[in-house]
Ligand binder design. Structure first.
Ligand code: NAD
Length: 266
């Protein structure tokens, strides 16, 4: 018997580091999960890794009311009810002083991290209430608060007592096909747009502008994909980045550490 037998969970940010790990843990404990995220390819990979029997996905932007209604509907149609809502999709934004902070980045952080969670609750709570015969328990609502759930689950998943994620201190960005064409770079690439001071990436002599094509031998197609592969590395391990620098290919091995609580600027 699993702790979550027959429970149905929606996990937003489901193809990211915590979302994917939580999805796996939930399914291992007997639940069925619907992963919600932006990138279909990453979602497919996450579902394949978890096992397609009890995991499925919906490509949705949590900041959109229509998308939110769609993923809630998809969970109900596919699994019949909703018991767990892990509102985990989130972005960090930039690390900058407020006077230098771009307004559009601030707006996006608020849209994803605040509006996205609120929209999820707005549509999930009535669905949960219906599944429970027209009532919703305090535990039910409590379960819908991601931090509590994530904290407990991650303790078990990561065996450290708190959430730990691998970190090397890069801020990668996607570049588009047009830029790739102009610079004669591979399509669908990832560039090291910034690095934190005194970070493992700086220690390993990664350069701004390096193009990351593989992480530990696996091709990467987006900045998100790159970070997702790094966060799941255990602190103390090494990660091998295959990069393109001034049209030369090389491997850079970077020592992975735990993300510091406070990080210095870029
Ligand atoms: N890992 C930690 O130590 C830690 C600490 C504090 C807070 N958090 C928060 O926990 C959450 C998950 O962390 P993580 O390490 O797995 O991050 P992550 O970046 O690996 O995953 C976040 C996921 O959210 C998705 N996402 C972003 N915007 C979205 C949108 N508009 N619609 C749908 N999906 C969207 C991303 O595509 C990504 O897959 C984040 O909100 C993060 O800020 C994590």
């Amino acid at each position: 018997m699993g702790k979550l037998d027959d429970r149905v969970a929606i996990i937003t940010g489901g193809s990211g580091g915590i979302g994917r790990a939580a999805g796996k843990k939930f399914v291992d404990e007997g639940a069925k999960v619907l992963l919600v995220d932006l990138d279909e390819r990453a979602l497919r990979e996450a579902v394949d890794a978890i096992g397609t029997k009890n995991a499925t996905f919906e490509c949705s932007d949590v900041t959109s009311d229509d998308d939110t209604q769609r993923y809630v509907k998809a969970a109900l149609e596919r699994f019949g009810h909703i018991d767990i809502f892990l509102a985990n999709a989130g972005i960090e934004g930039n690390v900058k002083q407020i006077p230098d902070y771009p307004i559009e980045v601030f707006d996006r952080v608020i849209a994803v991290n605040v509006r996205g969670v609120w929209l999820g609750l707005k549509h999930v709570i009535p669905a949960m209430a219906k599944s429970g015969g027209g009532s919703i328990s305090v535990e039910g609502i409590g379960f819908a608060i991601p931090v509590n759930l994530a904290r407990g689950v991650m303790k078990e998943i990561l065996e450290y007592g708190h959430v730990i994620r691998g970190w090397i201190g890069i801020l990668p960005e996607d570049y588009d096909d047009e830029q790739a064409g102009q610079l004669r770079l591979p399509h669908g690439g990832v560039v090291v747009a910034n690095m934190y001071r005194n970070s493992p990436a700086v220690d390993a002599s990664l350069h701004l502008g390096d193009i990351i094509t593989q992480v530990d031998g696996r091709p990467v197609h987006s900045a998100q994909d790159t970070l997702s592969q790094i966060v799941v590395k255990k602190p103390g391990a090494n990660v091998r980045l295959h990069i393109l620098r001034e049209h030369r290919e090389l491997d850079v091995v970077v020592h992975v550490i735990e993300r510091p609580n406070s990080i210095q600027g870029t």
